[in-house]
Design a binder for this molecule. Structure first.
Ligand code: SF4
Length: 208
């Protein structure tokens, strides 16, 4: 596959990359390194439920960061904050208001970490997934960056220039664990509902 060089805003050389999971971030990390950009991975995902799933997803990205020899920052699993802020949005669909708040929570933490640790640029892998509204993600990132002077959220479209294809290829060759839902308890509920409907369609005799 053709390798495209990435260029950070203001030609910076290091970036804080908020990662939600290995499949969504593996190809991005490879592309950054190939472009001589130093990524630091920040894992702050109090949305992920249950805790066992959180640990599995974290372990996968830790494993990859080690392999690529890049810094990994393990942030808090403060679910109470997450549940408090999404209260009342439990029935929202994916890409709706709950997701906006969920991106805000995580990117506000990333912006704070960036400011406290001398990063001028930060970004996230969220927008690479076709399940996400990348404009919604970018708006959250820009809002979070605007809290601090001179901090920039990089709105790069990770799906372009074979980004989506690379995501699948890297996931395959690294044999990453592949989750079946976005992350929160509500996305797990919706994924379960979807598969139960699909089961009924493929087996109309089934009553479960
Ligand atoms: S569906 Fe995903 S992005 Fe939306 S609130 Fe749940 S975990 Fe966050």
């Amino acid at each position: 596959m053709e390798k495209n060089k990435l260029v950070l805003p203001n030609k910076e050389k290091k970036v804080l990359l908020h990662c939600c999971c290995a499949p969504c971030s593996g190809g991005i990390i490879e592309s950054l390194l190939e472009s001589s950009i130093d990524p630091t991975v920040l894992f702050y995902n109090p949305n992920i439920h249950p805790e066992k799933e959180y640990e599995i997803r974290k372990a996968e990205i830790v494993r990859f960061a080690k392999k690529m020899n890049i810094p990994f920052v393990d942030s808090d699993y403060d679910q109470d904050i997450w549940f408090k802020r999404v209260k009342g949005l439990e029935l929202e669909p994916e890409r709706g208001k709950r997701c906006r708040v969920c991106f805000d929570i995580r990117l506000e933490r990333a912006a704070l970490f960036a400011m406290e640790h001398g990063f001028k640029i930060f970004t996230s892998n969220f927008g690479i997934s076709r399940w996400k509204d990348r404009h919604q993600v970018n708006k959250s990132g820009i809002r979070a960056a605007s809290r601090y002077p001179d901090l920039v959220y990089w709105t790069y479209n990770w799906r372009q220039q074979n980004g989506s294809q690379r995501m699948y290829e890297t996931t395959k060759h690294e044999q990453f664990y592949r989750q079946k839902y976005c992350g929160c308890i509500y996305s797990l509920r919706d994924a379960d509902l979807r598969s139960s409907k699909e089961r009924k369609i493929s087996d109309p005799a089934s009553k479960s």
